[in-house]
Design a protein. Structure first.
Length: 367
């Protein structure tokens, strides 16, 4: 296998990279013992830059085009090799192709919430995510700081670092912007440009990279803050809260009248609500509406009659039942506050329904 590679290296005199990967930043040209023949052709396609490395030292850089590799266009490599009068034999050098086009479809996001001081709501936690593009601007810095001796360097190998840099830039920008969370959506474009500029400062000189485009897609707040914002918006839509309460009160009167509990309790509630509604509609001194408090709810009783449960009855209705003889002290009754059915005559609150039984007369005095 080594002989085949050696033979192929001697026969091939074209150095090129046909890029078939969308996320490859750097690719090293494979050659047997890194030998390149004198007069070989170097083809650098649009969106590529070729960098020669000799014994760990960065040498010549070639822009897009077709180049014939001779001492005239390899001045740095010729100096490193010590050639004074040209060369005829194959020379050793590593050739790295660096992508100079934009790499798209890259995403970023804040791994943890960012706390900002909102002018209206105080400290609020926000999250954000978006997209960005990546481009190599300084192949020397990229090879020196990130690539090293990798045969192929993909964006995935540096994605964690880039996302961390963008997240840190976003945290600084949004925390010092002073923009309320309700106005963040209308400032996505300006914030995106500020975050991009802050992130470029960290990667341009050190890593030789650039973010040609960076966008904030969404900034979100916790669910409880969303509910508070929805409540605040609802209050703004309602407008006059007093008028809205009168409207709700008027709508609730028919509902109260249809209460399944029925009887005097529903009538009393309906009467109280009607009086409250009338009091709100009538102007008073100082334009203040006096609303009487609603009547206290009356207890509802259930009666056991002929093996069936009858009711519920209010206390007034039980008095009518007792007057008609349908309720006696021995009749079992129940209400939610009782743990079990009890005879009506044993309950203090119902004893008044059956009258007061006089005690036995005193014995007659002896003569």
């Amino acid at each position: 296998m080594g002989f085949v590679n050696k033979l192929r290296g001697e026969l091939i005199d074209i150095v090129e990279w046909i890029d078939d990967g969308r996320h490859t930043l750097v690719w090293r040209f494979p050659r047997y013992h890194n030998q390149i023949k004198n007069g070989a052709r170097l083809i650098v396609r649009p969106g590529q830059i070729a960098v020669f490395v000799h014994q760990g030292k960065l040498a010549d850089v070639f822009e897009p085009g077709t180049h014939e590799l001779e001492t005239e266009n390899l001045p740095i490599l010729s100096t490193l090799q010590g050639w004074k009068y040209g060369f005829d034999s194959p020379f050793k050098a590593e050739v790295y192709f660096v992508t100079s086009r934009q790499i798209t479809d890259l995403k970023w996001g804040t791994p943890n919430p960012v706390i900002i001081r909102d002018p209206d709501f105080g400290p609020v936690r926000v999250r954000a995510f978006g997209t960005f593009t990546l481009k190599a601007t300084d192949p020397r810095a990229l090879l020196r700081e990130l690539v090293g001796t990798d045969g192929a360097f993909e964006t995935e190998e540096v994605s964690v670092l880039l996302r961390s840099i963008i997240s840190a830039a976003f945290s600084e920008v949004v925390a010092t912007s002073g923009i309320s969370i309700v106005d963040l959506a209308s400032n996505y474009r300006a914030l995106s440009e500020e975050v991009r500029a802050a992130a470029i400062e960290r990667v341009d000189d050190e890593y030789g990279l650039d973010f040609p485009q960076l966008y904030i897609v969404n900034i979100s707040v916790p669910e409880e803050v969303e509910r508070a914002l929805d409540a605040r918006s609802s209050m703004g839509v309602v407008g006059d809260l007093a008028a809205y309460q009168q409207y709700q009160l008027g709508r609730s009167i028919p509902t109260a009248a249809e209460n399944p509990a029925g009887g005097l309790a529903a009538a009393g509630v309906g009467l109280g609500m009607g009086m409250a509604y009338a009091g709100r509609m009538m102007p008073t001194e100082g334009n203040l509406a006096m609303v009487p408090p609603p009547p206290a709810p009356q207890p509802l009783w259930h009666v056991a009659r002929e093996g069936q449960t009858v009711g519920p009855f209010t206390s007034a209705q039980l008095r009518e039942e007792a007057g008609a003889g349908r309720l006696t002290p021995a009749t079992f009754v129940w209400m939610p506050t009782l743990t079990a059915w009890q005879p009506a005559g044993s309950l203090p609150e119902l004893q008044s329904l059956f009258g007061v039984t006089p005690p036995p007369p005193p014995p007659e005095a002896s003569e």
